[in-house]
Each structure stands twice: as structure tokens, then as C-alpha cells.
Design a protein around this ligand. Sequence first.
Ligand code: NAG
Ligand code: NAG
Ligand code: NAG
Ligand code: NAG
Ligand code: NAG
Ligand code: NAG
Ligand code: NAG
Length: 391
Amino acid sequence: MRLAVAILAVSSSADATADANGKYWIYGEGIAAAFIPYGASISNLIINDKYGIPRDLVMGFDNASYYAADPVHPHLGGVPGRYANRIKNSTFTIDGDKYRVSSNENPTADHPSGLNTLHGGKDGWDWRYFNVVAHRNHSVTFSIVDLDGKEGFPGEVISYITYTMCNMTWDAKMVAIATTRKTPIMLTSHTYWNLDGFSNDKTSSVLNHTLHMPYSGQRVAVDNILIPTGEIAANARGSVNDFWSGPKQIGAGFGDAEIHGNCGHNCTGYDNCWLVNRNSPHDWRADGNYVASLASAWSGIQLDVYSDQAAFQMYSCNFQDGSFPLKMSQGVGRNASRFPRTVPKYGCLVMEVQDWIDGINHPEWGRMEKQVFGPGSDPYVLQVSHRFIVG
Ligand SMILES: *[C@@H]1O[C@H](CO)[C@@H](O)[C@H](O)[C@H]1NC(C)=O
Ligand SMILES: *[C@@H]1O[C@H](CO)[C@@H](O)[C@H](O)[C@H]1NC(C)=O
Ligand SMILES: *[C@@H]1O[C@H](CO)[C@@H](O)[C@H](O)[C@H]1NC(C)=O
Ligand SMILES: *[C@@H]1O[C@H](CO)[C@@H](O)[C@H](O)[C@H]1NC(C)=O
Ligand SMILES: *[C@@H]1O[C@H](CO)[C@@H](O)[C@H](O)[C@H]1NC(C)=O
Ligand SMILES: *[C@@H]1O[C@H](CO)[C@@H](O)[C@H](O)[C@H]1NC(C)=O
Ligand SMILES: *[C@@H]1O[C@H](CO)[C@@H](O)[C@H](O)[C@H]1NC(C)=O
């Protein structure tokens, strides 16, 4: 009886309530974060560093209303959909039917809108407002209905994104259901991290963050505009893409010639998709089984990423150019004339759990069952748990 009353009390006080900046705050032990309906994006994530100073670890804007107005639109903390990452030539085939979706990357004279599709097209999910389904102290749930034919994709997709805060942990659970026709679905969380809360007074880059990806001895080989070639490449021990043999600083390979062009034509850094090769079945939630672990000695903050997904994209913010502003909660306590209150090149790191990128154009990889969904199939499901350790 008492339990029933308690549950009732929670649900009746669960009206969706945003703060003055349009943000939905949720709380766990030692952690707090804010989310916004635009792109179902995370806009703040706050934990204390090793000195007990609160740090806001993700890029974003102070006010939710800026996200839609920002002309650059770097997919800030949102959920790219309905198909994250790149689609070669903006085409794919399902059951013999060829589909063309909206192109929005790599424009040329012949293809003014672009040679390929990135993150679901011109009006992908992270450009749209989700509905707020529920807002509790520990969780917030967003939903979107993506109509048949939107951006050229076949069939309607209905999706729910739930973010939950636990003890020093941020979990995301994403479900998407194809209600009318078979369609590709691949989501992710496109969060830009800086484990120093953009406040490090020695360096404003993340090149000194340490990364470990124990299951990632291979990566998806790409051409010079980052479209998968079909080849799966080995990350030789000691090479720039080797983060499996042991933890290594992001910048450790920047003296190696191989880092130039590693992220596409004339691009120095990382924007690559590593495979997560685990024996299946495996317990992805089990302690120590992280897909990636990122740490900064300066703040003492370590982020272990656990996920059920089979690939991991890492982007080292090669195209940040010092124009994106920090939030008021960032750059705290450091010399503003030495470090401008903006995000420099290599000032952040995006870590995206997802499936093998452009798997819909590579049936030989055997990923179709994980990327194409229909009314008669299982729903699409993505789970990721971000566990923080401070010391
Ligand atoms: C956030 O932006 C909205 C819309 O422009 C505005 O109404 C609101 O006052 C802003 N909030 C704050 C705290 O500045
Ligand atoms: C919300 O959760 C946090 C963390 O568990 C807790 O400290 C706080 O008291 C909770 N607030 C309410 C209103 O329940
Ligand atoms: C690339 O797209 C064009 C235009 O939609 C289409 O005609 C062509 O068949 C596509 N090429 C491949 C290899 O799918
Ligand atoms: C949070 O986790 C830590 C470490 O596992 C544990 O010591 C602590 O008791 C937990 N706190 C709560 C409130 O569960
Ligand atoms: C960053 O790491 C390099 C070695 O990889 C080291 O030389 C440099 O001092 C470090 N910088 C800071 C600010 O820790
Ligand atoms: C190559 O990249 C560098 C550094 O980002 C830039 O200064 C240069 O203009 C680029 N060159 C070409 C040919 O795009
Ligand atoms: C802040 O940085 C500037 C530029 O590097 C330097 O001239 C100034 O002395 C610094 N101020 C303090 C208080 O360290």
C-alpha cells in the first residue's frame, strides 16, 4: 500500500519542467546533467573533479534556444538519425528496391547538395525537436515520430530516447520501431567531451587525454571523404590507430606521418570507426568490460564507456576553429587572455557507440540484421552507460 502511494506521488509530480534556459535537469549520486528537446541533446554534464571543483564536461550552449539558431550546427550532443554517420552516394538497396536519401556532405559542382549523406540528411533527427514524454528526478524521456519518406527514407519510425542518471553514471537507452516498412536505423549520441571541463590551465586541447579501446584491433577503412571502402583494416601495434594494446594519449601519434590524412583528405587527427570485437554472447555491463576508457590526469576524471554496440567512432575535433563559445560553467578559474573562452582545434573529443558505419551498403559484412528494421522485426535498441571515476 505504502509503495503504491509513493509511486503515485512521484507520477503526479512528474510534469515536464524546464529551467529558465529551456533545459531539463536530472540527477544521480555525484552527477547532474541537462537535456533539451532539440535533437534530444545533452547540454550539460556536471561532476566534481579530484579537487572537488564542479566541471561541465560537454560542449553546448547556455540557452536551449541557441541550438536551432547556430549556423554551424556541429550535431552538438544530439541523437543523429534515422541513420547516423555516412551513407555512400546517398543510396542503398533493401529487398531489391533502391532508395535515394537527402545528401548533405561533400558538395561538388555536379552534386551541389553533396556526394553523400551524413547523420540522416539535411533535416536529420539532431536538427529536430523531440517531444518530452516524461521528466523525473533521475531520468528524462524524449520521443520522435519520423514520417514515411522524410529525407527519402522508407516507412515511419517511432523512437524513444531515455537518459538516466545513477551513481556517477549517465545511461542512455534508445529504442526505435519501424511501423510500416523496412528501413535502415542507426542512432548514437554525438557528445563532445572535454574531461577538464574546458578549464585546464596548462592546455586547452584533449591531446593529453588518455584513451584505451581494448576490443578495437580493427577499424573500417575509409576513402578520402570518409566513406567506407568495404575493407576492414588492422590497427597494427604501435600505429596511430592502435588504442587497443594499452592506454595512450590522443596526441601520442601526432608526430607520426600516418596521422596526416588519417581523418580524410588533408585532415590530421581522428574521425574513424573502430570495430568492437567481442566474443558473443558477452555481458557488456560487467565491470571492466568497457568499450573505451578516456581519462585526464589534470582533472582526475575518467570516463568508461560501456555499450551493447559493435563499433565506436572517435572524432578529435579536427574542425573546431576557436569560434565555438564555452558555456558560463566552463573555462572556470583560468587565465582568459591565455585561453580564449572558445573551443580550439582538438579541444574536444566525440565518442559515438554505433554499428559498423554504412553497413547497409556492405551486405558482405553481415550487419543487415542490426541495421535494417521493419514492422515484423525486433525494435532497434542501443544502450550506452557512461561511468565516471574520479581520483
Ligand atoms: C533563453 O532564451 C529564451 C528564448 O530566446 C528566452 O526567453 C529566455 O529568457 C532565455 N533564458 C535566459 C536565462 O536567458
Ligand atoms: C534527486 O536525486 C538526487 C540524487 O540522487 C538527490 O540528491 C535529490 O535529493 C533528489 N531530489 C528529489 C527532489 O528527489
Ligand atoms: C549513385 O547515385 C546516383 C544518383 O541517385 C544513382 O544514379 C547511382 O546509381 C548511384 N550509384 C550507386 C553505385 O549506387
Ligand atoms: C556510489 O558508488 C560508490 C562506489 O561504488 C559507493 O561507495 C557508494 O556507496 C555509492 N553511493 C550510493 C549512494 O549508492
Ligand atoms: C602532453 O603530453 C605530452 C607528451 O605526450 C607532454 O610532452 C606534454 O608536456 C603534455 N602536456 C601537458 C599540459 O600535460
Ligand atoms: C590543409 O589543411 C591545413 C590545416 O588545416 C590548411 O591550412 C590548408 O589550407 C589545407 N590545404 C588544402 C589544400 O586544403
Ligand atoms: C594571463 O595570460 C597572459 C597571456 O599569456 C599573460 O600576459 C598574463 O600575465 C597572464 N595573467 C596571469 C594573472 O597569469
